[in-house]
Design a protein around this ligand. Structure first.
Ligand SMILES: *Cc1c(COP(=O)(O)O)cnc(C)c1O
Length: 451
């Protein structure tokens, strides 16, 4: 009798939940508490995940003796290279299977160096993935060159190779694909197009440390690859960056350019300075990075295992679409993204889905937005320099082209992403992510109706 009443109470309380109904079908005895737990936190239920998530960045005490020694040495500046910076460069190149690596002050300056060395100059155009951190655009603009946007493939979130060729003009100098979120771009067709048209390929691998495409690491798949070690990144030193590649001649030029043009290897100028800037890393930053190789390897493995587990579970939920990866590639998940289809959630808008997920204790972000409408690009192309360098018809057509990126627009409006440190948590925490999304799906009608 008691059980029966309880059972009816549960049926009423949980009527909206298909998960609960399925559970009833198994003939078990539910409790009213289960109904409370099943209610979305946004509608007053109990959050699925109540513990926190791993913080980022992480410091380890075991690094302190070596880092302190680097600080006490008084050899801080990277002028002239050598020392801990050269050690880091050799170790990072080895880790990636690159012939050489040149450390820089940041990912942005790595891009600045690589684009300069590949000959990008004022009045040129560079074909770039629009779905990226703003620094990718900025590095091109700093050369007084136009970042011309290819479209984004909504299934992979990376540059759609088929959208590149129609964007090539007689000013195009390079292609700048971005392995966004640590997802490798489909590099074979990109390299083939570059070869056919005589263009350089600079990879923005600033989120792709150890990501792989067809057995090789991102950052050694084009002419030069660029990395960031900013605080949010998987291997972090506050700020920092690197250029990687297979050509001694190109890497000598990178090393010289980032060091005020100081003579380096085959780059001698008249024996002292050629043209360059100060984009150097510091020795104590290199020491912080040198401490993290084992950590990076172990954590990459863990992120991959948890991401694969999430993907297998999430793709079972209608309206949740994990990313498609290029054949024979291995991502490193700087973010774990999926595409959200509101139609499968009774029209629940993405912003509200994200709020409901956050209420369950699962923080998330909507990823990048359509940044080309923010005004930064207009500011630059309306500048005196760009007006002198490009004919008005070109700048008008360029502005109009922002409307053509249908794939990128879709990605910007439908992506939901989890931060990488969440993938360092326990397997049971991954279950919480899945459970929270299932709960929101089961109650999406009620959530959609709630103001
Ligand atoms: C972080 C990042 C950069 C810039 O790196 P910084 O070290 O912050 O200058 C460039 N591109 C992408 C895709 C990034 O994620």
């Amino acid at each position: 009798m008691r059980n029966d009443l309880t059972r009816r109470g549960f049926v009423r309380a949980a009527a909206a939940s298909s998960a609960a109904m399925a559970w009833l079908g198994t003939g078990g005895v539910p409790t009213v508490f289960a109904a409370q737990a099943d209610k979305p936190a946004l509608l007053g239920g109990t959050p699925v995940h109540q513990a926190g998530w791993p913080r980022w960045p992480q410091w380890q005490q075991s690094w302190e003796p070596d880092v302190l020694a680097a600080l006490r040495s008084g050899r801080w500046s990277g002028a002239g290279g050598g020392g801990r910076i050269a050690q880091f460069e050799a170790a990072y190149a080895k880790l990636l299977g690159a012939k050489r690596c040149v450390a820089t002050a940041s990912g942005t300056t790595a891009l600045m160096v690589a684009l300069h060395v590949m000959g990008v100059d004022a009045g040129d155009e560079v074909i770039v993935s629009p779905y990226t951190f703003i620094a990718t655009y900025n590095a091109v603009l700093a050369h007084k060159a136009l970042p011309v946007f290819a479209d984004t493939d909504p299934e992979t979130l990376t540059i759609a190779p088929a959208s590149i060729e129609s964007r090539i003009t007689d000013r195009t100098r390079a292609i700048l694909p971005v392995h966004i979120y640590g997802l490798p771009c489909d590099m074979d067709p990109i390299n083939a197009i570059a070869k056919k048209h005589g263009l350089a390929v600079v990879e923005d691998a600033c989120q792709a440390w150890l990501a792989e495409y067809k057995g090789r690491k991102c950052g050694v798949l084009g002419d030069l690859g660029c990395f960031s070690f900013q605080e949010s990144k998987h291997i972090a030193s506050g700020e920092g960056g690197a250029v990687t590649g297979q050509s001694d001649q190109l890497l000598d030029r990178c090393a010289s350019y980032r060091d005020c043009g100081r003579a380096f290897g085959s780059v001698k100028g008249s024996g002292y300075f050629s043209h360059g800037l100060n984009y150097r890393m510091k020795h104590y930053q290199a020491e912080i990075l040198l401490q993290q190789f084992d950590k990076l390897l172990a954590e990459t493995q863990r992120r991959r295992e948890n991401a694969d587990y999430l993907t297998a579970a999430l793709k079972q939920i209608p309206g949740i679409q994990p990313v498609r990866l290029p054949e024979n590639s291995r991502p490193v998940w700087h973010l774990y993204p999926f595409r959200y289809d509101a139609d499968q959630f009774h029209g629940l808008p993405r912003a509200k889905f994200m709020r409901a997920l956050a209420a369950e204790g699962i923080p998330c972000s909507g990823g990048y937005h359509e940044q080309y409408f923010d005004g930064a690009l207009d500011e630059v192309i309306n500048s005196r320099a760009f007006k002198r360098l490009f004919p008005p018809e070109r700048l008008n057509a360029y502005r109009d082209s922002f409307q053509e990126m249908k794939g990128n627009k879709l990605v910007c409006n439908t992506t939901v992403a989890l931060f990488h440190s969440m993938l360092l948590a326990e397997r049971s925490d991954m279950d919480h992510i899945v459970e929270a999304i299932r709960k929101i799906h089961a109650h999406s009608e009620a959530l959609a109706k709630k103001a």
